[in-house]
Design a binder for this molecule. Sequence first.
Ligand code: IDP
Ligand code: MG
Length: 166
Amino acid sequence: MGIEQTLVLIKPDGLVKSLTGNIISKLSETELKIVGAKIVRVSRELAEEHYKHLKDKPFFEELIKYICGEYHTRRVLAMVYHGDNAIAKVRRIAGDTNPEEADPISIRGKYGRITTSGVYENVIHASENPKEAEREIKLWFRPDELVERIYPVIKKTEVREVLIWK
Ligand code: IDP
Ligand code: MG
C-alpha cells in the first residue's frame, strides 16, 4: 500500500489486435501516472529473466515464445505506472491470470483467450508485488528512461557505443 510503481506490459497479442488504446483507456480509470513507456523488441534473454520464477512450469517454453512475439509481433509496449496502491489497482483492472476465469469486464476477461496449445494469451502483464515490481522495472528500464526517481540511483561514468542521428 502507499505510493507504489508497477510494470505493465502490453503483450504481443495486445499489440497485434490493436488493443493498446483500449487497454490504456481502461488503465486510466486508476488515475495513476505513467512515468515511463517504450516499445521493446523482446529478446529470449530478457523474456527468460522476466519470467525466471516460472522456469519449471510445463508452459514455460510456450510462454517465452509468446512474450517474444513468435505468434504475433516481435514487440511489447512496456510502461511504468506510479501512484497510490498502484500494484493492486492495476492487477484488479487486468483481471485473473486465466482469461477464461477473469472478470468479463477486466482487460484479460475482455480480450484474452487460451490457445489450442494451452497458452494463456492474456494481453497484459502487471507486477504482482512491490519486490517483483522493483525487479521488473529495473530489468526493463534504465533510470533515465523514467520521469520520476522512483528508486535510488548512483552516478557512473560509462563509455559505450550508442546510435545518434546522422
Ligand atoms: P500473472 O501474469 O497473472 O502474474 P503468472 O503466474 O505470473 O501470472 O504467469 C505469467 C504468465 O504466464 C501469465 O500471464 C500467462 O500468460 C502465463 N500462464 C500462467 N499460468 C499459465 C498456465 O497455467 N497455462 C498457460 N499459461 C500460463
Ligand atoms: Mg506474474
